[in-house]
Ligand binder design. Structure first.
Ligand code: ZN
Length: 124
């Protein structure tokens, strides 16, 4: 158990600096403490690792950013397709309602003509 200078038990954190990528270190558990670094848990890395790991991390970050951007674009396309589908469904529904209305009006027109013809026939 490693204690901080403030007396609390240290927590283990991971460094992501270019000089110590992925290296564990002891730190004060208090947020914004004046003792963010107490000491290393891991031994130092060899020069070859220090050359390679930051580049790999940058590549990974760039790939994750690209993936997030593609996901966002795919989500937007899906949203747009759904909107188009909704619009098409609404237009179809409107067309059906117009057709029903036209059928009703045709029926009323026929009934009116029959009534008119009956009236004229009975007058004669
Ligand atoms: Zn502390």
């Amino acid at each position: 158990m490693v204690l901080c200078t403030c007396g609390l038990q240290c927590v283990v954190r991971t460094s992501w600096t270019n000089r110590n990528p992925g290296r564990l270190f002891y730190s004060c558990p208090t947020y914004n403490s004046s003792f963010p670094f107490i000491g290393w848990v891991d031994p130092s890395m060899c020069d070859r690792s220090l050359d390679i790991i930051p580049g790999l991390l940058r590549t990974r970050d760039a790939l994750e950013d690209g993936l997030a951007l593609e996901q966002e674009r795919a989500d937007w396309e899906e949203h747009r397709a759904n909107k188009e589908e909704t619009r098409a469904n609404q237009a179809e529904l409107r067309a059906k309602m117009e057709e029903e209305r036209a059928k009703k009006l045709r029926k009323y027109l026929i009934i009116t003509w029959v009534l008119f013809a009956s009236y004229v026939y009975l007058q004669i």
